[in-house]
Design a protein around this ligand. Sequence first.
Ligand SMILES: C[S@@+](CC[C@H](N)C(=O)[O-])C[C@H]1O[C@@H](n2cnc3c(N)ncnc32)[C@H](O)[C@@H]1O
Length: 388
Amino acid sequence: ALSLPNLCLWRPPPPQLGNQAASGQPPSRWDSTGRCADHFCIYANHGFAGGRGMVTITTNSNLKRLKKMFDDPNAHGSSLTAPPPFHLAEIKGKGLGLVANTTLRRGDRLMQVPPAVLIHRSFLEELPAHAQIPLLEAAVTQLPAPLQQAFLSQMSHSDPNHEQHEYHSLAHKISAILATNSFQLDLGGGGGLGGQHYANYPHASRFNHDCRPNVVFHLDPRTLAHTTTVVRDVQPGEELAISYLDSLEPRAARQARAQQVWGFKCSCAQCMLGEKEAAKSDRRVQEILQIERKLEDISSKGVNGELLERLVRLYQEESLDAKVAGAYTLVALNYNMLGDAKKAGKYAKLAHEAVVMERGETAGDAEAMRVLAENPKGHFTWRRRLQR
Ligand SMILES: C[S@@+](CC[C@H](N)C(=O)[O-])C[C@H]1O[C@@H](n2cnc3c(N)ncnc32)[C@H](O)[C@@H]1O
């Protein structure tokens, strides 16, 4: 059995994501370790993120993308609230989790962290275990000691009690950690095996799941950063949680997926609603989906201000604060199509703010909503529903 490292309590990583090495740190450079399987090789960067380090198992074309990415001086923006406004704590029935230290407001940034490990999706999904095992072990041992410890202290759902679980091998433990704690990250640019990876962020892995979360996250394919933002007011002592699932799915489907993929029975407040309340919630979500389908179709009849305000209200009643970007976007565009510039501007601003939180500054809709908010009457959607 492996001896497990002590749990690594939260310590903010250095603020840079990219090339600039802090003084005394190794330079940021992608070194080949010479270990490969099929099209995939291990590349380690000991100077990444100011000496925090990072390792990837990827293809040559993706290595080129990474190199290019961190040659771009604009790719290095990163910030972290230090000291963080939360702490790590044992949460009954969930293992560890993050708890607010102070009152937090919608829009407050929690952390922006670089990945420790980035693994090509085809490596994990298509290569046989015997080809993966030696590379997974070699890759993790390339990480600088503190990050290696943070990586190995992550929970895996086959190991809810951490210390008590015995793994057959280091590779087994690494696979289990990756399965529980990875985020999909597409570096873009199709070709060959494509840019899809699984990225692991040991500090961001401590967020537990909630079907109506108070925190939203997004990954930036230009910097690899994982960013988390508070989406509604949070009181000190409240747990900070993200959603692992599609919040607009019915309760039974969400619970089945939580069990199947992460091995837990979801007992968040939304899942613990009584039968009557849960059915009411499922009906509200059904209505949300119906209204949105209607708003997406320019030929729909019966689109008016009342319907648009109803959609906004349903999101509020459902506490879907982490998923409002799409709804605000549709509402802004439809107000504009109905010739209401004031409301279109108001919702375009809200949509822009929500898109930035949910998908990042570079998401296409962020720019689109900024443009609409600036000049509704000059927008191509102006009065479009009235001209039909
Ligand atoms: C990404 S980790 C979250 C952090 C983890 N609790 C820890 O101690 O490091 C995911 C695992 O946490 C647990 N978990 C997350 N959200 C949960 C919830 N709402 N209820 C019960 N367990 C949860 C599950 O075991 C899941 O597989």
